[in-house]
Design a protein around this ligand. Structure first.
Ligand code: HMG
Length: 387
């Protein structure tokens, strides 16, 4: 059978971050609650000229520069912080990246889960048309109410993945396990900018869904727990992996081994929750920071999107995968960042959002090539600048 999976994957995150020690000081709480309690050091904050479109285009850019656009005939854009109720954010990205006009576009939504739906659909599509490639992009700006307990679990970023036959990085197994149920743990009605969330309940439900998805994975003929050398989990905050892995280890009557999850937690600690992109940021973090050669080894992945859907799936790392990663580029993105004061964070948090069609010209502040230049007559206008 032809191998199908992730041929390239790359992330992007904004230049600015809020140190959670700054937020702890503002909220008058012990900074250890964030660094140790939820396992977060920083949360990435976009400038006013960055949004899910510019983050997505920046994430995909190294892939397009490395392999070109040939064969890409589908762009699946996963997000839960969409900028339009009708038009897919992918259409803007399609133009910014210069994708062929024959390429189809659609936006997918189911909280943080949608990129996994995109990945699975892409694998199915490539199985039918092995000469084609699908660009799956997950991009989100995670915002919660100011001064709420969830504020420390914000973040922003995008991951782009090229799905193809004979992939260079990770073959995705056809077997997976799913669990869906109608619950209210986290949701955002159309008229709200920030979600409503029942934080503790959502964490319990995440683990409950993990148990069910794992059971379905097993019943569907999945691999044994002991076959996996690393696990990547959806990370609303990095310590969620510890809770999840303890749960899965208990189900399998095995003592939890933190070395099987720590590599996947590293980048999330520095960026925060990027909703649909978070699981795939964890995958990149794991592939780029495990020192041993993982070729031929099995990886377990758990995707969770509130509301809710959970899916456990797996893949095999491909020989020579390191040559297809963007490790140095990602290292620079993380190293070359600036810390915000609390007041600067507040200003960025309140992004312009004219509802009356008036014009807002954005200050040029994004570090990348793509920027939201202005909003006028209800239209978002994106620019591409040489960098
Ligand atoms: P909270 O109520 O402020 O925190 O909110 P807490 O009191 O539960 O404390 C958190 C941990 O810090 C606890 O550890 C404390 O003991 C510890 P735990 O009991 O969990 O092991 N702690 C300390 N540790 C060291 N030194 C200290 C200290 N003080 C306390 N001084 C909560 C936490 C996550 C609920 C909140 O941030 C929240 O509501 N976040 C948003 C919701 C969320 O992230 N849910 C996760 C699962 S749902 C999901 O993943 C989907 C999602 O991504 C959305 C989507 O799908 O689109 C969110």
């Amino acid at each position: 059978m032809t191998k199908i999976g992730i041929d390239r994957l790359s992330f992007y995150t904004p230049q600015h971050y809020l140190e959670l020690a700054t937020l702890a000081e503002r909220q008058g709480i012990d900074p250890d609650k964030f660094s140790r309690g939820i396992g977060q050091e920083k949360i990435a904050i976009p400038t006013h000229d960055e949004d899910i479109v510019t983050l997505a285009a920046e994430a995909a850019r190294p892939i397009i520069e490395a392999v070109g656009t040939e064969g890409i005939d589908t762009l699946l854009f996963a997000t839960e912080t969409g900028i339009d109720q009708s038009k897919s954010a992918g259409i803007y990205v399609h133009r910014l990246l210069g994708l062929p006009t024959q390429c189809r576009n659609v936006e997918l939504k189911q909280a943080c889960y949608s990129a996994t739906a995109g990945l699975q659909m892409a694998c199915g599509y490539v199985a039918r048309k092995p000469d084609r490639k699908v660009l799956v992009i997950a991009s989100d700006v995670s915002r919660y109410d100011l001064d709420s307990p969830a504020e420390a679990t914000q973040g922003s970023g995008a991951v782009a993945m090229l799905i193809s036959a004979n992939p260079s990085v990770l073959e995705i197994d056809p077997v997976s396990g799913c669990h869906s149920e109608d619950i209210m743990d986290f949701w955002r009605p159309n008229y709200r900018k920030t979600p409503l969330v029942d934080g503790k309940y959502s964490t319990l439900k995440y683990m409950h869904f993990l148990g069910h998805a794992w059971a379905d994975y097993q019943e569907s003929g999945g691999r044994d727990f002991g076959d996996f050398v690393q696990f990547c989990y959806h990370l609303p905050f990095s310590r969620m992996a510890e809770k999840a892995h303890r749960q899965l280890s208990n189900i399998n009557k095995v003592k939890p081994d933190p070395t099987l999850i720590e590599p996947g937690m590293a980048y999330a600690r520095e960026i925060g929750n990027c909703y649909s992109a978070s699981l795939y940021l964890s995958l990149i973090s794991m592939l780029e920071t495990v020192p041993d050669d993982l070729a031929g080894k099995a990886i377990g992945l758990f995707s969770y999107g509130s509301g809710a859907v959970g899916e456990f799936f797996s893949g095999t790392v491909q020989p020579g995968y390191r040559d297809s990663l963007f490790t140095e580029h990602h290292g620079r993105l993380l190293a070359e960042r600036t810390s915000l004061s609390y007041d600067d964070y507040l200003e960025l948090w309140n992004a312009p959002d004219p509802h009356d069609g008036s014009e807002v010209v954005m200050e040029a502040a994004a570090r990348g090539r793509y920027r939201l230049a202005r909003i006028n007559e209800h239209k978002r206008l994106y620019d591409s600048v040489e960098t």
